[in-house]
Design a protein around this ligand. Structure first.
Ligand code: NAD
Length: 334
């Protein structure tokens, strides 16, 4: 199946996963003319409209009934929504806003695209090093299958990793890259997968344990911590992505932060510090700090959309395979 696009047509975008980030991406895309949102799948259903989907309507149906499959007309309720939506023609690119639970889930979704002979652009905002490594192992199959896959294209990894890759060029040797994030959200239910995956990094927890927790157990944990998660030395793919880009060994990259699940105000300013030695032998540190007013949704979905556009340009030039956020510059979408 080929998903080629008329040069004058907007890029037809599908979104897999319609939780916090999936919904934010749909709202963001509605404000741009070069990209049109045409397909979405959640755990219980999917809908495809070649003329474009309405984000307010889809969000209302999803919030009131639990799935976009209830949307009239066109919604389909299905336990195999991903496989069925992949089979629909006319989608050039997909943003994968799915939980990576278990830690192999996104890789199995990529396998599914390959198995169904789908060609186009896939962009994820995956977080764990081991998850990116699973995709790396699929690089040649993706290339042979005509898929241009960009991984780690959210905020961290993503925007901050790409900023570090750019800032590194002032130096001859990169000594340390330190990502520190502050996330503030009004309630954890808006970003269930994000919070569950963050809990998996706490001492004593892992992905399987976090995945098995009931909502009540998550609430109980958050009650004990006043809604905050303190995370340090996380297994975060910023390290493998910077290593692959040839910037520094992964041991020199650290990621940590604080997530407040009860207040949209950030508990601290998200920043990345890049320490290195210049060719004149001076040690220095660059700091790139995100504006406190920017939300997680803005800092994940904005860059991801830019990478979708970049991926589409690569795809049209016949470049297939696996790329990371540090190898490709996101492109502006009008
Ligand atoms: P969420 O829990 O709010 O939503 C997940 C969505 O996926 C839901 O619509 C659910 O119905 C759907 N889904 C789950 N299983 C499915 C299945 N088998 N088939 C079809 N749909 C399915 O998720 P979120 O909080 O928006 O997070 C999405 C992902 O983004 C997470 O993996 C998270 O770690 C990642 N993330 C990355 C960054 C970054 O900076 N890189 C930041 C935040 C979140």
């Amino acid at each position: 199946m080929t998903q080629e696009q008329d040069a004058n047509q907007p890029l037809a975008l599908g979104i897999l996963g319609y939780g916090g980030l999936g919904q934010a991406m749909a709202r963001l895309v509605a404000r741009r003319r070069q990209v049109q949102w045409v397909a979405v799948a959640d755990r219980k259903g999917y809908v495809v409209h070649p003329d474009g989907l309405n984000p307010s309507l889809c969000q209302r149906v999803y919030q009131e009934r639990g799935s976009v499959g209830y949307l009239e007309p066109g919604g389909v309720l299905s336990e195999t929504s991903i496989a069925e939506v992949i089979a629909q023609p006319g989608v050039n690119a997909y943003f994968l806003a799915l939980p990576n639970l278990p830690n192999t889930f996104i890789a199995t979704v990529a396998q599914q695209f390959l198995a169904q002979g789908w060609r186009g652009v896939l962009v994820d905002a995956i977080k764990r090093t081991s998850a990116v490594e699973q995709l790396l192992a699929m690089k040649s199959s993706l290339a042979a299958g005509g898929i241009t896959y960009l991984t780690g294209c959210g905020a961290t990894p993503g925007l901050l990793t790409a900023a570090a890759a750019l800032a590194a060029h002032s130096y001859e040797e990169i000594l340390q890259v330190q990502v520190t994030f502050g996330v503030g959200i009004a309630n954890w239910e808006s970003y269930r997968a994000t919070i569950r995956e963050d809990i998996a990094h706490l001492p004593g927890y892992d992905v399987a344990r976090a995945q098995a927790m009931t909502d009540a157990e998550i609430e109980e944990l958050l009650n004990r911590t006043d809604g905050k998660l303190y995370l340090e030395n996380m297994e975060h793919a910023d390290d493998v992505i910077l290593e692959l880009a040839g910037i520094c060994p992964r041991e020199r990259v650290t990621v940590g932060g604080v997530v407040d699940t009860r207040n949209p105000r950030k508990p601290l300013s998200t920043h990345v510090q890049i320490t290195g030695r210049t060719f004149e032998g001076k040690i220095a540190c660059h700091t790139f700090t995100l504006g406190d007013e920017t939300s997680m949704a803005a800092n994940v979905c904005g860059p991801a959309l830019g990478y979708i556009q970049a991926g589409w340009q690569l795809h049209q030039q016949g470049h297939y395979g696996l790329f990371t956020c540090a190898e490709v510059m996101p492109r502006w979408v009008h």
